[in-house]
Design a protein around this ligand. Structure first.
Ligand code: 6R9
Length: 573
């Protein structure tokens, strides 16, 4: 059986054997043959995602349906090619070249996607940032990456401390500005109009950098996870076998490109597969989302447990108001997907929600429930063909079924991160057991080879699918004049997965009042990001600490959950 036939086998029918056969016979090299660069040796992921289709029968096919409260637009593959070409030329005119970091800090809009693709086309390294970030978060990321250009809006510019960022030379503003901002500021629309729709693509090496996503660890500042053009191999194939993308699909991934899901599966997977992609801007509301599904006739829908739980919370009646009959396949990532949500989805949407597992660092889906197999609600599924997953003990020994340990992946795979920006030591930590990538998640495998998530092994908090490093929040908290010390944990929450809870000891002279809690909450919200602000605050006279002075978040968590505190031998008196 050749490779393309196997593709068919994975996506249709309902047969575990299809998966097992694909798993046995799979070879990433076969996937490469889909792309022109297999023959030319010249690669550019944005070319493969857009131009390849614009130069084929798909040229007039809708690539992007964009809408928000004020806009409703559509673009064909040919139009996407020309728009991104124009933006590539805008950057080139500024002298931006291969390897330069170009960051994008703005809400979802067609301009965001033109910028993203255009920057990649000239070989720049793109860094997308959530619009929710406040000044400190923006500064850390632009500083660490030494970004030379930033695409943003006049409104968000207030949160960019331009004077503190010597490397940042160009700011491209999308939207009207009241006054002329002077040197270094460029008007996006004016420049786009003046630019040519033809572009000499920067052909790069498959291992050349393409994308940085910042993500949180348990200590220190956020880490810049670097991905290369080669990742598209994985985006393409997981798009076929996990998202089940087919020619006539209307696909909607609800994630923002500030999150890796919004790039790997909000940009690359659908477009590499030549599929029509829906982008809905604005905030979540059940009516808005169901309306979006109905209006575009979405067939494949990729979202996250938090959203599904909120939809469940809104009730069946809301869903019943809309025609969701076109939806064929539903997927979820980001946190554990509760079996209850899967059952509810089956009842209300008539479809099972397919959970899958991966991380910013892995670049693409590694473990999934496939459309060709029965899913086990509560399980993340089985490894993607070409991927070996295992549960290891701390010495790197593979553990038998049902034993909990480190969820690990055999290295390498196409979309694996290639570096943590300017932090080799952090990068190496993931690969401390030779031949393996250590995820930081704990899990077990059952006798059928399905993986079951158990928890994070570090203190990283997962609130509404977003990774928050407790250290970043604690650092912000102690900037508040009333806060002496702070320890931050994730507290289980039925809708958000976890919420951020802060334990705070106050400086002398401050009273532990409700007003102060509100004030501290607002302080973090304004200084860092709304999603990083502690929804719960508890004042303590003293925080549990190790003798070396580290706040013992594990003890705070045990207190919170009423669990035994475990080994306290390292705790100070
Ligand atoms: C894509 C993405 C990664 C962390 C990961 C794990 C958690 C992701 C999950 C899941 C349980 C799933 N996670 N998928 N936990 N079941 N299906 O989410 O990337 O933001 O880097 O988060 O999210 O803890 O280690 P990222």
């Amino acid at each position: 059986m050749d490779h393309s036939e196997r593709i068919k086998v994975m996506t249709t029918g309902n047969n575990l054997k299809d998966y097992e056969e694909a798993y046995r016979n799979f070879d990433w090299k076969e996937v490469e043959k889909v792309f022109s660069w297999y023959e030319t040796g010249k690669v550019n992921a944005a070319y493969e995602a857009i131009d390849r289709h614009a130069e084929s029968d798909r040229r007039d096919k809708i690539a992007l349906y964009y809408s928000d409260a004020n806009r409703e637009e559509q673009y064909t593959f040919l139009e996407m090619k020309e728009k991104s070409n124009r933006f590539g030329n805008v950057l080139r005119k500024l002298g931006i070249k291969k390897g330069d970091r170009v960051f994008i800090f703005m809400p979802r809009s067609p301009e965001l996607y033109f910028s993203f693709l255009g920057a990649i086309k000239i070989g720049a390294v793109v860094g997308p940032l959530f619009e929710a970030f406040m000044e400190a978060a923006v500064r850390d990321r632009l500083e660490n990456s030494e970004a030379v250009a930033l695409v943003t809006t006049p409104q968000l510019l207030e949160r960019v401390p331009v004077k503190e960022l010597p490397a940042l030379k160009h700011i491209i503003l999308v939207g009207e500005t009241k006054e002329d901002l002077g040197e270094g500021y460029i008007d996006f629309h004016k420049e786009m109009e003046a630019a040519s729709p033809e572009l000499d693509i920067e052909w790069v090496d498959r291992e050349d950098p393409m994308l940085i996503h910042y993500t949180s660890g348990s200590t220190g500042k956020p880490k810049g996870v670097l991905h290369v053009h080669n990742a598209m191999i994985q985006h393409y194939q997981t798009g076929k076998w996990v998202l089940d993308l087919q020619e006539d699909d209307i696909y909607w991934c609800t994630a923002d490109p500030g999150w890796v899901t919004g790039t790997s599966y909000g940009i690359f997977a659908p477009w590499l597969n030549g599929v029509t992609n829906v982008i809905r801007g604005g905030r979540f509301s059940p009516d808005d989302w169901y309306h979006t599904l109905e209006k575009y006739g979405v067939t494949v829908w990729y979202s996250a447990p938090t959203a599904f739980r909120m939809l469940m919370g809104a009730g069946e009646e809301v869903a019943k108001k809309y025609d969701l009959s076109r939806v064929r396949h539903i997927l979820s990532v980001g946190e554990p997907l509760n079996p209850e949500v899967v059952r509810w989805g089956l009842k209300v949407y008539g479809r099972r929600i397919h959970d899958n597992w991966w991380m910013t660092e892995t670049g693409g889906i590694l473990i999934a429930n496939y459309p060709c197999m029965e899913i086990k609600p509560g399980s993340m599924g089985r490894p993607f063909p070409g991927i070996k997953a295992a549960i290891l003990d701390d010495n790197g020994n593979e553990l038998p079924p049902y034993q909990m340990g480190n969820l690990a992946i055999r290295t390498p795979w196409p979309s694996m991160m290639r570096a943590i920006w300017k932090n080799k030591a952090k990068y190496d930590e993931y690969f401390r057991i030779p031949g393996w990538y250590i995820s930081g998640d704990s899990a077990y495998m059952d006798e059928d080879g399905y993986f079951w998530f158990q928890g994070r092994l570090d203190d990283v908090i997962n609130t509404s699918g977003e990774r928050i490093g407790p250290f970043e929040v604690e650092s912000k908290l102690v900037e508040h004049p009333a806060v002496a010390e702070a320890g931050v944990i994730g507290k289980p929450d039925p809708v958000r997965g976890e919420i951020i809870k802060a334990f705070i000891s106050l400086r002398a002279g401050y009273e532990p009042t409700e007003e102060l809690k509100k004030e501290i909450y607002e302080f973090v919200k304004k200084g860092l990001a709304a999603h990083a602000a502690p929804r719960e605050i508890e004042f303590k006279d003293k925080l549990p600490k190790t003798r070396s002075g580290k706040i013992m978040r594990r003890v705070l968590k045990a207190w919170e959950l009423g669990l035994p505190t475990g080994d306290l031998s390292t705790m100070e008196d």
